[in-house]
Design a binder for this molecule. Structure first.
Ligand SMILES: [Mg+2]
Length: 376
């Protein structure tokens, strides 16, 4: 039996400001480029259809950009009304053209990402399948590592304690931040964590704050710690520098989280600038964009470790042909009713339909702006 075409009747957009428990610092704060992060601003899109189906998606920004993402989505979302929610490609192309004047990279596609993710959530819920199953998964659980315990605002004792807690909770790997002005302190912290966690997978992340020679020198020193990868050693757009580092070091290089479209990632791939690519679906325009990028990355022989937003990326990482990693952050937990399960070093793809997320009362309470376009 085929189902008649459905039609989008309403899109509710909400801007939610999530406060962080403590101000967060990575290397960009220590080099004076950014202030400690105190909140994350999320853009939620909730879509309803004539046949009574619903979908939810989100995008986000850190430090700046939240109000602009919300404003852009609000400006163009009305064009989706009346369209069949199953025609995601057509719909997103239409919305991209509507905002073409403000670009196909960065803020405009990031604003549309919330809608794109909601359309995929809706499609999977309508099919009664977890998103990963709808897309065609390779695995039901994805290797996971914790990031939220390893920031530079935490002292070594707090970082090793958090690492212990993560491993005990079934999270397989530990990532810590490096890139401090004093290299020796980076080495001390990384060595302490390696000693504390034994053979467990360990990654370091310099958040773009090394120059080329420092990255090469630190990469050689840190190779003794048997790292799974060194992340963002250089400026996110220094593809030539990353390429040199990738060929010079045995430790894999990971990067890509700051890139803001498939086209920008294509440049990274063309330069053979990393071993592990780290796209972020909300940052590059949603799941439509991410699926295109996964195909390109796989063709190029790259490993995949998506950045942040584990609630979305768990499903996508499950669909990549090669073994992947998903980044465990507990920051967004208060926004949702559900919790993702970790066991034996892996995050389990939930068996709930769609993404498997429902907004919590707390998320409603943290909503600073909301608008419904169309009629619910
Ligand atoms: Mg990172």
């Amino acid at each position: 039996m085929t189902r008649a075409a459905d039609a989008i009747t309403a899109i509710t957009l909400s801007s939610v400001t999530l406060p962080l428990a403590v101000p967060i610092s990575d290397a960009k704060v220590f080099t004076g480029r950014q202030r400690p992060m105190t909140e994350v601003v999320l853009l939620f899109a909730e879509i309803t259809t004539a046949q009574g189906f619903e979908g939810i998606g989100f995008s986000y920004s850190k430090r700046a950009g939240g109000p602009a993402q919300y404003a852009h989505a609000k400006e163009v979302a009305g064009l989706a009304l009346g369209e069949d929610p199953s025609d995601i490609g057509k719909l997103i192309t239409k919305l991209l053209w509507a905002g073409a004047s403000v670009g196909r990279s960065g803020l405009a596609p990031q604003a549309l990402a919330a809608i794109d993710v909601a359309l995929y959530d809706l499609k999977a819920r309508r099919a009664g399948l977890p998103l990963a199953k709808l897309l065609g998964s390779h695995r039901d659980a994805v290797r996971t590592y914790n990031t939220s315990g390893g920031f530079l605002n935490a002292d070594i004792g707090a970082v090793t304690e958090a690492a212990q807690r993560s491993l005990a909770a079934g999270i397989g790997g530990i990532k810590i931040k490096v890139g401090l002005p004093d290299d020796r302190e980076d080495i001390r912290r990384a060595s302490a964590v390696r000693e504390h966690i034994g053979d467990a997978p360990l990654m370091v992340d310099a958040n773009q704050q090394w120059d080329r020679s420092t990255a090469l020198r630190m990469g050689r020193i840190l190779s003794e710690l048997d790292l799974v990868w060194i992340e963002e050693p250089l400026d996110a757009y220094d593809h030539a520098g990353h390429a040199r580092l990738t060929s010079a070091l045995d430790t894999p290089i990971a990067t890509g989280e700051m890139l803001a479209s498939v086209a920008e990632h294509t440049e990274l791939i063309r330069h053979r600038a990393c071993d592990i690519i780290q796209p972020d679906a909300p940052r590059i325009g949603g799941i439509t964009a991410f699926l295109r990028l996964m195909a390109l990355a796989d063709e190029a022989g790259l490993d995949l470790a998506p950045h942040f937003a584990m609630e979305i990326h768990l499903h996508l990482a499950a669909c990549y042909p090669r073994e992947t990693w998903v980044e465990h952050f507990d920051w967004l937990d208060p926004l949702f009713e559900e919790r993702l399960e970790t066991r034996d070093g892996r995050m389990i793809v939930p068996d709930r339909p769609g993404l498997g997320i429902t907004l919590s009362e707390q998320a409603r309470a943290w909503t600073t702006d909301t608008v419904t376009i169309g009629t619910r």
